[in-house]
Design a protein around this ligand. Sequence first.
Ligand code: NDP
Ligand code: MG
Length: 417
Amino acid sequence: MTKITLPEFCADKILVLGSTGSIGKQTLEVCKDEEFIEIVGLSCSSNIELLVKQAIEFDVKFLAVCDANLKNHTSLAQLEDDVKVFFGQDAVLQLLQAVDFDVCVNALSGCAGLEPSYECLKLGKKLALANKESLVVAGDILIPLSQKMAGKNTDVFFPNISDFLGNIIPIDSEHSAIYQCLLGYDLDTLKNIWLTASGGPFRGDEYCAADFENITPQQALAHPTWNMGAKISVDSATMMNKGLEVIEACHLFHVSSDKIKVLIHPQSIVHSMVEFVDGAYLAQLGAPSMTTPIAFAIHLATTDYKNAPRFYDNSHALDFYEILQLNFGRPDLEKFECLKIALEVAKTGKCAPAIMNAANEIAVAKFLAGECKFSDIARIVEKSLSYLPIRDYASLEEILDIDKSTREYASKLEISS
Ligand code: NDP
Ligand code: MG
């Protein structure tokens, strides 16, 4: 690897939430060769063996394990006596409060990431955010909080993307792409966002809507271009993931959902595009690897480098002599009902995204456990949205209540498509 000369780091203590997952592991991979970066905290839900291995490799003194039943797990004996491990549902929040950190990488999966995002922003720390569900569920709270804690007046509109987002830096590849394209341009010159989507494993003609009855978890988990955790893989297969990303983009880039065009792009090379009012389009391209957006977010958060921080020496290269085609197309909303529902929900706003997200999490867990069909995921989300009241929310507590009651409702639903 070529050694790249780095600018001065102004922050270097990184906390990685969900370090045992797909994004978490890649974050540690990115940080491994970075002598200025210190990993100060790690967390997992139950994969304690990997967590302990990571803690030893990176000499980490603070850990969180959500599964309280693992308090006496044998692997803990490998840790030094000065390592503090928090256990239980509040373990991640305790970790955030106990550790002295500069940047939190939130790579938790699902709405479990919301409270940690909120806590991190409340502490006035940088949040490198992979956990899109945080923004989907409570973007109206998180963005103003981030601006306020970064010292911005929330009554003033900041057209510069880094000023607008305060302490939040997106990791999701499409949103990182859009962020990169927007650097140096005013948000109010943005006309449309072209949000690309691989289309998942069922995009082709070989699958029609009727086939969704019989899709197995194994088929849904086999994503053609990305290697990701189970929940997001199923979301990609239903295309709910793209729906969540439309809502995520509305919050991150201060646009209404009608300005976000979902664009099927099977090669996953163009990670998204922005269209400006003067007719110029900018795109960010790259191999389908999350290390580029992760490194970009971490370097943006840890340095006060003013330009786009491109100093991660990534081995994932594109050979344009070999890429014969880049294809684009419209999503099939009749086949991918979850995307259709999510686009409606993006327009509705209020607490509808929180209800949709909670119902979807329950439905995906049921599908993976063999308790419902792939086609039932859309049914469960739809029924939850029509049963539960759509109202405004003003606080984190309110939105967490809505999340909880939706989960209770969706868990009890008996669906037979
Ligand atoms: P994974 O399922 O691979 O990892 C999730 C991590 O969070 C694991 O460390 C897991 O611990 C932990 N975790 C899971 N549930 C809980 C919980 N209830 N409480 C506390 N910790 C929990 O997910 P991904 O890495 O794929 O995704 C993480 C986030 O990043 C998601 O929001 C996803 O949408 C987003 N994202 C992911 C991309 C990817 O390429 N993977 C791309 C873009 C965005 P354990 O290992 O013990 O289960
Ligand atoms: Mg994405």
